[in-house]
Design a protein around this ligand. Structure first.
Ligand code: ZN
Ligand code: ZN
Length: 107
């Protein structure tokens, strides 16, 4: 979709004195998150286009499936299922009406 234009934009952002991509161009203009390279920023931008709404709490990983994020967190960040559940609940509140918990957790 953005063939050619992406690299053209990179060149436009190039600081010709230092040969570096200017720092501000690696900052997400949606959330202000800074990235070390343009590729990481481009991947991150998918989050804001709605394709990958489930973001990892610890790294740049993002996915469009909650289960995928859970698997990622458990595997890569040694998070427990309970810890993930609590964090996900705070970060990604369910869209539907807030229901009462049906079951009491059995300890
Ligand atoms: Zn962002
Ligand atoms: Zn992660």
């Amino acid at each position: 979709m953005l063939q050619g234009s992406a690299s053209a934009r990179m060149l436009a952002n190039l600081n010709y004195r230092t040969g570096m991509i200017e720092e501000s161009k690696r900052t997400c203009h949606w959330c202000g998150h800074e990235f070390s390279c343009g590729q990481a920023l481009r991947r991150h931008m998918l989050i804001h286009t709605g394709e990958t709404p489930f973001r990892c709490f610890h790294c740049d990983y993002a996915t469009n499936r909650r289960e995928s994020l859970k698997a990622h967190c458990l595997r890569h960040h040694e998070m427990s299922e309970e810890e993930f559940r609590l964090k996900a609940k705070a970060a990604f509140p369910p869209a539907g009406p807030r229901g009462r918990p049906r079951k009491k957790p059995t300890v």
